[in-house]
Design a protein around this ligand. Sequence first.
Ligand code: ATP
Ligand code: MG
Length: 548
Amino acid sequence: MTRVTGSFATLGLGLVHTFQGTDTAVRRICNGRGWPPLDPKARLCHNRPVANERPVLGIDFGTTNTAAAWCDAQGKIHLVPVGEKSYTLPSVVWFGPGEKVLVGALAREQLLDDPHRTVVAPKRFIGRRFKSEFVTRNKDRYPYEIIEDEQGLCAAAIEGSPVSFTDVAFHVIRRILELANATAGFEFEDAVLTVPAHFSYGQRRGVRTAAEMAGLEVRAMVNEPTAAALYYAKHKDAGGRVLVFDLGGGTFDATLLDVSRRVATVLSTGGDPYLGGRDFDSTIVTHLLNVVTFEQGRKLDPSKVVMQRLLFAAEAAKIRLTKEEVAHIKVPLVASDGTGFVDLEYDLTRAELEEISEGLIARAVGIVGDVLAAAGCSDLDVGEVIFVGGQTRMPAIRDRLTRRFKHDPKKHVHPELGVAIGAAILGRTLNLPRGPALVDVVPMPIGVMAPTLGTKEVIGRNAVVPSTHTVTIETRPPDGQPMNLAVYEAADAAAVERELLGMLTVPADWMAAHAGDLTLEMRIGFDFDLTCAIVSPHGSKQLPLQPV
Ligand SMILES: Nc1ncnc2c1ncn2[C@@H]1O[C@H](COP(=O)(O)OP(=O)(O)OP(=O)(O)O)[C@@H](O)[C@H]1O
Ligand SMILES: [Mg+2]
């Protein structure tokens, strides 16, 4: 699925960076005019006061790897070490018998011995409805089974019981938090989380809940390319249009920003939730299966364990081909030639890899075109290209974009760690007296539905966060009945398929006591949380969003 969200300079994702030695202070600004004005009647505008100087942990929960960083009081950035010379924690969780759980590299090892209990790529399924087209299409591609939980969301089946992907994410986030606490020598209480720009409200809620379960207060959620741009802007003085090309393990985002005099404004963003390094690995495996079956005339046992061994070998070869022209692939005892099991051996060349991955690269490049078009820009308007995500290390991807935009890729932003560092920079600004740095945008419209009301959009696509929005409720249900409003999110205002986020209920007795016009207020916070209230000329009432 491809989606382009956002466009036009009026989106106003503005940041100003002022440098004091190594320290970066980022002050809020929206197109140079300060925050977007909030509705003067808004009763939901409660930004959490800055309580103290507690460092905020920036966490990049990735499809393949999770990384974290924080900025100390002097503005120095600290990365959280995960192992010797490593700053990335594999986003893999193994659920053993009893309460036993392994996270990270140890869990990843279990993929071969115990694939049914080993959950990889939880980010691809977090916060998604089981009956969605996405889950139906992709649920059988993983070593573990995916089933429906009581809330209608998809969950991993461990010994037949559902384990929500939020729980899986919780284990990953708790582990990186433990490592961060051990490194820092104090306990983090606050976090900034990053998510793909195209993530829906439900997916964002899933990641936020996982961090809250780990005991963190989520101070903000920021789109991954925007976080990378924050990090980039720290190194950048001159102005220009910057394209962030973010191809990680499981997701792709393209974002066009304007960085001028250290003010960065998001112009347009788009992405594909099912395009990442893992898809390149699967393409190599499909190629190997074809070669072995049709060219070598051998049979392959397609069990989940064999598939996993092939995927590991494919990924290792893909990474080797960044530097080498040929990678020798050898997977012992997975094919049969009539006399018994034999090794699979194959020399994969870089040219061959580029040929078989052309379709995936073309998809990403196509989205870049959509994003530029949505902002009314041409290739010539792009001053620089920033590569984020491990898969952008592939030479064919860099060459393609370098040729197209005629710029050498900028090396300021570390492909795998830049997003976590950007989150850490934002986290520090939340504690500065001038207040938070960044306004992000809502990727999809949010509205309400009721039988008497029809459908009403409340928060438009690309609305900045935090902000408060209101709609007038013109019709009431018959006397003595509560008013039930379904809150939905849709890919666009006219979308037929809408994601139900929850229900709001205005009690009948409150309605009876409040004559006159009713207004619904909806505030989307820095952490992408929704708070809602109903307002009459005589008073207001906060409405909790009840899960469906
Ligand atoms: N040298 C390389 N060449 C090609 N791909 C690489 C290379 N090094 C790492 N990768 C791929 O990068 C991916 C991991 O990148 P990264 O850690 O940025 O992803 P992630 O943050 O977990 O995913 P996402 O941001 O999509 O949620 C893996 O698919 C890995 O195979
Ligand atoms: Mg990533």
